[in-house]
Design a binder for this molecule. Structure first.
Ligand SMILES: *Cc1c(COP(=O)(O)O)cnc(C)c1O
Length: 408
């Protein structure tokens, strides 16, 4: 693929030029590491004819993940949402649970699906994670727990949240769906709080197609979650606990095992992509790539760009321009969980206490990355952003005359 130069308005696809990429490039294209190994493991599963129910692949994946994360227990599940629901229920949350609104909707839904009330609090403008001071203010006599999200693979203020939880006798669970392989003060995410929850969905840094896990250092909690994910069965004919079906299949575990060996190389590629984006976007007024802590391990799965008022166009206009070039960058967590149903109707004034969330939801763009990203995509993003930034604020985004000429 030869890359078209993007130097003038006429070069832009929104003005009728051909798109810079000839196929659409999405955020979260799956990282599939070793297809041969996956196929070989699938053959193994079919030969063994053990397809699910705590099979050897699942057990191996759990062992390897627990080792990698440095945590005692990894309980694999069918997806991250069920894993969240099981963790929230197993730690014994009830009544009100404090959650950020600036997160994927599953964080809030997992709480409300258990019949609990999610109480939305704001995030910090620096790291986009749940703001401990906002958590303190939101505690009522009905509060029993906090679910913080380690957003973009950065980590929550684990120590502050731990202290708040201890002082107020609250349970603390982390939604670590973004944070596989990431560290906090040099220690891998997985053992913080009462439990941490991962998603291994196809779009995540590490995937098992669909899948997830709860990790914990609490023996009794791990045992209870193992019962809960398998209908409460403690023996062939014995049900000793309420439960659901949260089991991971052998095929999903095989994909996980095939991908696990490659995570450090995927991390390296992501890191290089992030650096390339930083170089391409450097110095453009009004565009800020979210900084990544160099002293911590990061998976760089999310390349997060903030568009502020110094940029001549809105976030949505930038997205429109990139989409026309086949760069399908995305808004993220727009418009915030509190503005989605059922929360929007149940808590219509929640936004008053969420100024940072409301602003971030309007300003954030997540750019495509990963080993499958065509290298030239980063230059296209850089060129488009440079070109737009040179135009005067208030100039129409696309030149209709150009568009008409191209059509005729
Ligand atoms: C992906 C994700 C989930 C849900 O995980 P699934 O495996 O898709 O069910 C929950 N929380 C966050 C922050 C996520 O990104």
């Amino acid at each position: 693929m030869t890359q078209k130069p993007i130097r003038t308005d006429a070069d832009l696809a929104i003005n009728g030029a051909p798109p810079a990429l000839d196929f659409p490039v999405h955020v979260g294209r799956p990282n599939v590491a070793d297809r041969d190994k996956f196929m070989w493991l699938v053959d193994d599963i079919l030969d063994r004819n053990w397809l699910t129910n705590n099979g050897p692949m699942v057990c191996e994946l759990e062992r390897r993940i627990a080792d990698y994360l440095g945590v005692k227990h990894c309980v694999a599940m069918c997806n991250g949402t069920i894993a969240l629901e099981i963790a929230i229920r197993a730690v014994g949350m009830s009544g009100e649970v404090i959650v950020p609104s600036y997160t994927f909707i599953a964080t809030a839904h997992a709480v409300s699906w258990q019949g609990l009330r999610p109480v939305f609090v704001d995030v910090s403008a620096q790291d986009h994670c749940i703001d401990p001071e906002a958590v303190r203010r939101a505690i009522t006599p009905r509060t029993t727990g906090i679910v913080g999200t380690h957003l973009w693979g950065g980590t929550c203020d684990v120590e502050a949240l731990r202290d708040i939880a201890r002082e107020n006798n609250l349970k603390l669970v982390f939604d670590a769906a973004h944070a596989f392989g990431c560290s906090h003060n040099g220690q891998r995410v997985g053992g913080f709080g009462d439990a941490e929850v991962f998603s291994f969905h196809a779009t995540k840094f590490f995937n098992s197609i669909e899948g997830g896990a709860v990790t914990t250092n609490d023996d009794a909690l791990a045992e209870q979650m193992r019962l809960m994910r398998n209908f409460g069965f403690s023996g062939p004919d014995t049900v000793s606990h309420p439960g659901t079906n949260g089991k991971m299949t052998e095929i999903n575990a095989a994909m996980g095992l095939a991908n696990l060996d490659a995570i450090s190389s995927v991390m390296d590629v992501n890191k290089a992509r992030h650096a390339a984006y930083a170089a391409a976007l450097d110095g453009i007024p009004g565009l800020h790539l979210m900084p990544v802590k160099a002293e911590e391990e990061r998976n760089h799965q999310y390349v997060v760009l903030e568009v502020d008022a110094a940029f001549p166009y809105s976030r949505d206009e930038l997205l429109e321009t990139l989409t026309a070039e086949n760069i399908l960058a995305r808004k993220y967590f727009w418009p915030g969980c509190h503005r989605m149903e059922p929360y929007r109707s149940l808590q219509p004034n929640a936004g008053r206490k969420l100024p940072v969330t409301e602003e971030l939801a309007e300003r954030i763009v997540v750019l495509p990355t990963g080993p499958n990203l065509p290298e030239e995509a980063i230059n296209v993003v850089g060129d488009v952003c440079q070109l737009l930034s040179r135009r005067a604020a208030g100039t129409a985004l696309s030149d209709n005359k150009l568009r008409l000429r191209n059509v005729s």
